[in-house]
Design a protein around this ligand. Sequence first.
Ligand code: 5GP
Ligand code: ZN
Length: 119
Amino acid sequence: MAGEPQSDCLFCKIVSGEVPATIVRETETTVAFRDINPQAPTHVLVIPRVHYPDAASLAAGAPDVAADLLREAGEVAAQEKTDATGYRIVLNTGEGAGQTVFHTHAHVLGGRGLTWPPG
Ligand code: 5GP
Ligand code: ZN
C-alpha cells in the first residue's frame, strides 16, 4: 500500500532506527538528519516517515506530509543559521537527475555560496 514501509529501503530503516543517522530534527511526520557525504557546510536530508519514492508521488498521495516536508526544510535552514548565505532545497527525481535513494528526501544545502545553474 502507498506509504507503507519498504523492507529494502535505506531511509525507511533510518525512520525505524534500524540504520543510525545524525538526526537534527524530528516531527510526527518527518525526520531530518545529516547527509553522510556532505556537499556543503550544511547538508541535511529531510524525509517523510511514510515511504513514497519521490516528491511528486508524496505530494499526490500525502499532500499534508509534503507540506510538512517543505516546512521542516525551512526549519532546518533556520536552525542551521543559513540566513547569511541562503540555502537550497533539492528534490532529485529519477536516476538521470542523480536520485540514488528512492524514498523522498529534500536536501537542504547551505553555509556557502551556491552556484546556479546546478550541474
Ligand atoms: P540522492 O542522490 O538520492 O538525491 O540523495 C541521496 C543522499 O543520501 C546522498 O546525498 C547520500 O550521500 C545520502 N546517503 C546515502 N546513504 C546514506 C546513509 O546511510 N546515511 C546518510 N545519512 N546519508 C546517506
Ligand atoms: Zn522508504
